[in-house]
Write a protein that binds this ligand. Structure first.
Ligand code: GTP
Ligand code: MG
Length: 207
């Protein structure tokens, strides 16, 4: 019998770096040249199959990067198992913004959160402002996963989510007390094969 796990994933980053486009590529394998900026946040789900036995379901919160929505972010990264912090390789300022988000996650998110730094828009190589070396060095120093993607061509997108799924702890917590739901379960994800664990879980009801 296959095992299914559910994790909360949040996307953060400056406006227009391509967070929604990455999610659209991952969830629907589509791309829009003219996407509206996100208002508040969007919620989507998608599964990743790691092998015949293991299915990881991501509950994805795609946050709005515009400054006016900044105060909403903690609501979305609270209890998140993983975060994808996105920058645009053609905008140097977007890596500074990504660093700010990463510092905030390191201070305020769950200490066991898996953080991936993702440089998007690799199809725009001629306009690159952030080198792979610079971003990778920073990611290594901070112990982050690091990727480059193009939501436009699809390059590297599914790899981000698959690598995160592999990094998450795929062992179900042994205890499901209410305390466990708020702490251990948040870190370890929810085993969807265990009926008692899905109902009333901390997932998807925070926002
Ligand atoms: P907010 O919702 O405002 O936070 O922005 P966002 O980070 O969700 O950006 P969004 O996905 O809306 O993309 C912004 C613009 O960049 C859109 O016009 C997209 O078509 C474009 N875009 C996104 N990803 C890529 C990419 O990989 N390559 C190129 N060339 N354009 C992209
Ligand atoms: Mg968006």
């Amino acid at each position: 019998m296959s095992k299914q796990f559910q994790f909360k994933l949040v996307l953060l980053g400056e406006s227009a770096v391509g967070k929604s486009s990455l999610v659209l590529r991952f969830v629907k394998d589509q791309f829009d040249d003219y996407r509206e900026s996100t208002i508040g946040a969007a919620f989507l789900t998608q599964t990743v199959t790691l092998d015949d036995q293991t299915i990881v379901k991501f509950e994805i919160w795609d946050t709005a990067g515009q400054e006016r929505y900044k105060s909403l972010a903690p609501m979305y990264y609270r209890n998140a198992n993983c975060a994808v912090v996105v920058y645009d390789i053609t905008q140097a300022s977007s890596l500074d913004k990504a660093r700010t988000w990463i510092r905030e996650l390191q201070r305020q998110a769950d200490p066991s959160i898996v953080i991936a730094l993702c440089g998007n828009k690799t199809d725009l190589t001629a306009r690159r402002q952030i080198t792979q070396e610079e971003a990778k060095k920073y990611a290594d120093e901070e112990g982050l996963m690091w990727f480059e993607t193009s939501a436009k061509t699809g390059e590297g997108v599914s790899e981000v989510f698959t690598a995160i799924a592999k990094k998450l702890p795929l062992s179900a917590p042994s205890s499901r007390t209410s305390a466990a739901r708020g702490t251990a379960a948040a870190r370890q994800g929810v085993d969807l094969n265990r009926q008692t664990t899905t109902q009333g879980s901390n997932e998807a009801c925070n926002c």
